[in-house]
Design a protein around this ligand. Structure first.
Ligand SMILES: [Zn+2]
Length: 517
């Protein structure tokens, strides 16, 4: 008797804990089931990164991606459109072919920088010259004519192509310290060389161009094996290319030792004039409070050294997948669910700033916005962005999220408002409770962010799937919440830099006509 009472009370206790921590919510269950049993993430990632490729603002691929997203949404029964917000210098990448042709032939790993001028349908063959070490700007002006007809190497030659973690693993402590000391000294010397020239990198490129250089060769190493960051050119007539550390180092040393290597560059990009730029907006109309909005958000554009896989195809497919799932399992939301796939985040949050400026009627009624944009990793950080009561509603919305997903998330409340970094900041500046679903790094900073290696193979689909589930549940919970979220701002702390209280970031206008001088 005693024994069975104890058993009964254990059972009661067990079922009580069960019902307390895992109240089964049928919508949440369906979200998880659809996301795990019918995931579209790999297909979406493949079509976007391998098929369409990188999505530099102003390129035909960017427009193709916007059209692809609209078609995807429509195929899922979700209404979607491309909304024009500005214009950009249109440009399309072509073949980049870079070879060393003297003292021996070696094809070089390199790429034309974004918006670099082409070589007008031919190959340019020329000797190389290293940026001069002039004692002052006058001396630099005297040195300038020596660049005529040559490719100018404007980056420091890295002393090692091995990342520090590799040195740490294998080097003796002494040789690692020695290498770092030498590298620090060489970097300081190179910075001094640039300071003495007295020109910004933009004006340096223009001065070299004016002095008759055949082109500019740079190498923007990203401190990992085989990775360079690929940004845009500053020249207006001559090509600018980036070479991989290994090849740049080889050509640099041959130039330095007086071998006078020659390289051949052919780059076939096209100028397309001013072209319109867009955001893709899709919506699942609310039934009870259609004038209130829950937003999903991720920038759609990318740099174009790789295929923009972790920046930001992963955020993009997270939002696409979450929308697909929501439409299937929660087709009649209480509030309107909107998604924004922004154009031109990389040049200064332009797409999202334009949306905030163009849609005050939506912005004032956003219940919450969730943005993802820092790599492929599972979400590990969630800040209240300075909103005083964010702990209350975000806490409630996180409640039904499966433990294996949410246990990894470190929350900080009230947090402080993000002033930039990604598109949620455009909304935070307008007082919207907008949050960053911040990811585990997976070596984002050096290996994939804006690099030539930001490609499909770096996507960690298990993590992205977790993020799609998390996003869908948060959006569902925010949509169902009986109350509208508080926008009350916390009093911000005193800045250690200025000694004054930190001010809330202010709304800024986008660049509506970009890439033109
Ligand atoms: Zn990004």
């Amino acid at each position: 008797m005693k024994k069975s009472i104890r058993l009964l009370s254990i059972l009661l206790l067990f079922s009580a804990t069960l019902s307390f921590s895992q109240v089964k919510n049928p919508i949440v269950e369906s979200i998880i089931k659809e996301a795990t049993e019918n995931s579209q993430l790999k297909k979406l990632a493949h079509e976007l990164t391998d098929g369409i490729g990188p999505r530099l603002v102003g390129t035909p691929q960017m427009k193709q991606a916007h059209d692809w997203a609209v078609n995807k949404y429509q195929s899922w029964g979700i209404s979607a459109k491309n909304e024009k917000w500005g214009e950009w210098r249109g440009w399309e990448r072509g073949v980049s072919h870079i070879d060393m042709v003297y003292p021996r032939v070696k094809s070089l790993e390199g790429i034309q920088l974004a918006w670099s001028p082409s070589t007008n349908g031919k190959s340019i063959i020329a000797e190389t010259i290293i940026l001069g070490d002039a004692p002052d700007s006058m001396a630099f002006q005297k040195w300038l004519p020596s660049v005529k007809g040559k490719f100018v190497m404007i980056s420091m030659n890295q002393p090692t192509g091995r990342p520090d973690y590799n040195w740490e693993e294998f080097a003796t402590k002494e040789s690692f310290e020695k290498m770092k000391a030498e590298r620090t000294a060489e970097s300081a010397e190179w910075r001094t060389r640039m300071t003495k020239i007295g020109l910004s990198s933009k004006n340096l490129a223009l001065a070299l161009e004016k002095a008759g250089a055949a082109g500019i060769v740079a190498s923007n190493w990203s401190a990992g094996f085989g990775v360079n960051k690929i940004f845009s050119a500053n020249t207006t007539k001559i090509p600018t290319v980036d070479l991989a550390l290994e090849d740049y180092g080889m050509v640099y040393r041959l130039t330095e030792s007086g071998v006078n290597p020659k390289i051949s560059i052919r780059v076939d990009s096209k100028e397309l004039g001013l072209v319109p730029t867009f955001n893709t907006i899709a919506e699942i109309r609310g039934t009870e409070k259609p004038e209130e909005y829950v937003m999903l958000s991720a920038h759609f554009d990318s740099w174009d050294g790789g295929t923009g896989a972790t920046d930001n195809a992963t955020g993009t497919i997270t939002m696409l997948e979450a929308m697909r799932i929501l439409k299937k399992v929660y087709p009649n939301p209480k509030r309107t669910i909107l998604v924004g796939h922004w154009g031109s985040e990389e040049q200064g949050l332009n797409g999202s700033r334009a949306f905030v400026e163009d849609h005050p009627e939506i912005v004032k009624n956003i219940q919450a916005l969730f943005n993802q944009d820092n790599g492929t990793g599972r979400v590990v950080d969630l800040s209240g962005q300075g909103f005083l009561n964010a702990y209350d509603y975000l806490g409630r919305w996180l409640n039904p999220v499966p433990t294996d997903i949410k246990s990894q998330i470190k929350t900080s409340f009230p947090g402080s408002p993000g002033g930039g970094g990604s598109d949620y900041a455009s909304f935070v500046a307008a007082g919207v409770p907008a949050f960053s679903l911040s990811s585990l790094s997976w070596s984002y900073g050096n290996y994939t962010w804006h690099t030539n290696r930001d490609t499909y193979d770096k996507i960690v689909f298990d993590d992205v799937q977790n993020n799609a589930i998390l996003t869908a549940i948060l959006v569902y919970m925010a949509s169902e919440d009986p109350v509208k979220t508080s926008r009350e701002k916390s009093i911000l702390p005193v800045s250690s830099r200025t000694g004054k209280p930190i001010e809330w970031p202010t709304q800024r206008s986008p660049t509506r006509k970009g890439g033109v001088n």
